[in-house]
Design a protein around this ligand. Structure first.
Ligand code: EPU
Length: 420
């Protein structure tokens, strides 16, 4: 079984360059299904969720060419409706963007229920369904397959989400961008990747305003044309290196970032005693021998991101005092706590809350990446632990981090991927 081996206790130092954002690249790739032309997408991260999505699109008839490093030309005009491969689609959650994209282009969609990280709680799509229905579609679920159909075409309307949902907001944007009439999404997610998707669609001729606020207005257009677009930097990848720098007591310049997107992580790191300096498109994080405990509650953007909480928990295992981490987005995201305990961490999970008390030292152990962010949290724990940590199930990490082992090695970490 492939694994990552980390020998800890080396402060990270140097410069790391952040890749394009996975969670922006994915909807933008599926959005190409709506475009009547060739899209050239730059800054596409080399992560497995992206390569699997490209495989899904190619399998449906798209022509996808890598024309330069991280730049792809995508022509989805030949894509045939309802032809997504069930086995491929089940491997990643973002494939459900085909529901919105196919519905928008063909007036109907058929997609197997998506897979993705299993955090130990349910990840329903009732809000996506509610949104599609508001746009005049009927939705049927037969076994593991979701079918959506708007025989007369999609018609814009008001969609009010009961809960803030990134995926739901994206799916309704995709379904409505070429609909008849206007769509208003209220209680929309405000994440930077929602804005990135809107910017991409607008460069293709869409009329979307308000992305980045909780009200998004979409004036349906007849057609989208091909365009050239560069994906924003990955704020979660950047945040992960910020936390790793602070946790190891190192000093790392993290380049190709949008500091505004990192404010919640920056504020928390400063709160515990790390130093964060901002430049135009970089942040420099300096750790300290001793960091302090804190309280964190994850929330939708601009709150502290749920996708950063496992990494912060790994850091907090050694912070002075007792920290409280409350998960405010998912039902459960603490499966990693048992893995950190194998390394000597003192964590008690009760419902949505983890209490993390300082221990003198973490020690290396064999641990599992139970999901993507949990997996990278194990790497951070390994970087601060005494001895060797071996992380299994690393396919999760490779789904979302572009060359994490290479990037950390260049920062001085003693880390390698061991392939069997
Ligand atoms: N929810 C519902 N009903 C819905 C949709 C969502 O109840 O119809 C609930 C979910 O169960 C969850 C909350 O709303 O408790 C938020 O879910 P959301 O829809 O916002 O999440 P998502 O779109 O499934 C994306 C990212 C996740 C990230 C979340 C939150 C992608 C492909 N995935 O998921 O990223 O955690 O937003 O920011 O963009 C990751 O990259 O590691 C990852 C898991």
């Amino acid at each position: 079984m492939d694994r990552i081996a980390v020998r800890g206790k080396r402060p990270l130092s140097g410069t790391v360059t952040i890749s394009g954002m996975k969670n922006a690249a994915l909807p933008i790739l599926y959005a190409c299904v709506l475009v009547n032309g060739v899209c050239t997408i730059e800054n596409v991260p080399n992560v497995r969720d992206v390569t699997m999505s490209i495989d899904i699109l190619r399998d449906m008839g798209a022509t996808v060419k890598e024309v330069a490093g991280n730049t792809f030309e995508i022509d989805c005009r030949p894509v045939k409706q309802g032809t997504s491969n069930d086995e491929l689609v089940k491997k990643l959650r973002a494939s459900y963007y085909l529901l919105g994209a196919e519905l928008g282009r063909f007036g109907r969609a058929r997609v197997s229920m998506p897979g993705g990280c299993n955090f130990g709680g349910s990840r329903p799509i009732d809000q996506h369904i509610k949104g599609f229905e508001a746009l005049g579609a009927t939705v049927r679920t037969a076994g593991e397959v979701v079918e959506v159909e708007a025989p007369g075409g999609v018609v814009g309307d008001d969609v009010f989400f009961d809960t803030v949902t990134v995926g739901g907001t994206i799916n309704i944007m995709l379904a409505s961008v070429t609909a008849k009439g206007n769509t208003l999404i209220e209680n929309a997610a405000r994440e930077p990747h929602i804005v990135d998707l809107a910017n991409f669609l607008n460069t293709c001729g869409a009329k979307i305003s308000g992305a980045g606020t909780d009200v998004i207005r979409i004036r349906g257009v007849k057609e989208l044309r091909g365009s050239r677009y560069a994906i924003i930097p990955d704020m979660i990848e950047a945040g992960t290196y910020m936390v790793a720098a602070a946790a190891t007591g190192g000093c790392v310049r993290i380049e190709n970032v949008i500091p505004k997107h990192l404010e919640a992580v920056t504020a928390k790191l400063e709160d515990i005693g790390a130093i964060v300096e901002e430049a135009d498109d970089a942040v420099i994080v300096t750790g300290r021998e001793r960091l302090n405990a804190t309280r964190i509650k994850t929330r939708p953007y601009p709150g502290f991101p749920t996708d950063m909480h496992p990494q912060m928990s790994a850091l907090l295992t050694r912070a002075h005092g007792t920290s409280i981490v409350v998960e405010g987005v998912y039902e459960n995201r603490f499966k990693y706590a048992d893995e950190l305990k194998k390394m000597g961490a003192d964590i008690t999970v009760n419902g949505h809350t983890a209490v993390i008390s300082e221990v003198e030292e973490l020690h290396g152990a064999e641990v599992e990446a139970v999901d993507l962010r949990a997996g990278v949290a194990m790497i951070i724990a390994g970087l601060i632990a005494d001895g060797e940590t071996t992380i299994t199930n690393i396919n999760y990490i490779e789904r979302g981090y572009d060359d994490v082992v290479g990037k950390l090695r260049r920062l001085g970490a003693d880390i390698e991927t061991v392939r069997d």
